[in-house]
Ligand binder design. Structure first.
Ligand SMILES: Cc1cc2nc3c(=O)[nH]c(=O)nc-3n(C[C@H](O)[C@H](O)[C@H](O)COP(=O)(O)OP(=O)(O)OC[C@H]3O[C@@H](n4cnc5c(N)ncnc54)[C@H](O)[C@@H]3O)c2cc1C
Length: 270
């Protein structure tokens, strides 16, 4: 396994749970890449039925995280409100009952119902809304560490602080090398986030991946009435509480591509 973000940690946990000998190689530390900066909203409100189903099962895992790993993932069930423009209305009316049938309890809300519940919203341009009751957010670092530590207890080997520098064919398997060691593996999973394309190129695979910078800004609540975790599709942002005193926001629109090893990590005034 290359990479100990949330995906590498999760796969290591599931493999180790099934008794598959697993080695995780991570260049920095668990959740040291984008995972550690994630807004970590956990939701199953997807129009694609397969994606919605796996997300529903993931929410169940977050709910029982302590039972699975013996640790806390920081999961908080807040629900998630999604505000839609008029052009989405027919799709939302079709998807919401389908999700509820799939075991993802979701309420269809007319704008006047949203304002009755949360008067602080200005719903100009909003035609319909959906509220997914079981959605929430987790702590991405605790989640990754919890999965990885449980994987280690179940027999996985975790190697931190050295990045993979080469992946070579070795008979029917592979040799994965870092600057200080090499590991023989039957199969290799590259879960290296924005660095994946570079690693895939080492085995001659050209993946058409690009890397985007995404801004997340955290604010203290003022005296205004509070609103729930929500995504505002026409206005292009998402929002969720961060503990009791703060909330965070991020844009939904595409961002410029960047070099994952050299980009501005500050939030500018604009
Ligand atoms: C700002 C932001 C907000 C987000 N918000 C949400 C959200 O609300 N909900 C949601 O579901 N998703 C969200 N996401 C997406 C989600 O966080 C990512 O999909 C997820 O964290 C990716 O995890 P990963 O394990 O695939 O990759 P990463 O977190 O990128 O981990 C890859 C790991 O590979 C390691 N690595 C790289 N190169 C090498 C090498 N050569 N050798 C060894 N190790 C290497 C890195 O150090 C890193 O630790 C957000 C992402 C960002 C950036």
């Amino acid at each position: 396994m290359i990479g100990a973000g949330v995906h590498g940690a999760s796969v290591a946990f599931h493999l180790a749970s099934r008794g598959v000998p697993t080695v995780v190689i991570e260049r920095t530390s668990p959740a040291g890449g984008p995972t550690g900066r994630s807004s970590a909203i956990v939701r199953a409100y997807y129009t694609n039925a397969f994606l919605a189903g796996v997300a529903r099962d993931s929410i169940a895992m977050f709910r029982d995280f302590e039972q699975h790993t013996g640790r806390d993932s920081g999961f908080r069930e807040t629900g998630l409100l999604v505000l839609h423009p008029p052009e989405d209305e027919a799709m939302v009316r079709e998807v919401v009952p389908r999700l509820t049938e799939q075991g993802i309890p979701t309420d269809l809300l007319e704008p006047q119902q949203v304002v009755a519940e949360w008067p602080a919203f200005d719903l100009d341009g909003i035609a319909i809304a959906a509220f997914e009751r079981d959605a929430g957010y987790a702590d991405p670092v605790l989640t990754t560490q919890g999965l990885l530590e449980r994987a280690r207890e179940l027999g996985a080997e975790i190697r931190l602080g050295h990045g993979v520098t080469a992946i070579d064919r070795d008979g029917s398997g592979w040799t994965v090398s870092t600057d200080d060691a090499s590991v023989a593996a039957e199969r290799v999973l590259i879960a290296a986030g924005p660095w994946t394309a570079t690693l895939a190129a080492m085995v001659g695979v050209d993946l058409p991946l690009t890397v985007e910078r995404h801004i997340v800004a955290t604010f203290a609540w003022g005296d205004d009435a509070r609103v729930p975790a929500h995504g505002d599709l026409p206005n292009g942002y998402y929002f969720r509480p961060e503990g009791d005193d703060l909330f965070l926001m991020g844009p939904l629109h595409p961002e410029p591509t960047v070099d994952p090893d050299a980009f501005d990590e500050r939030v500018g005034a604009d």
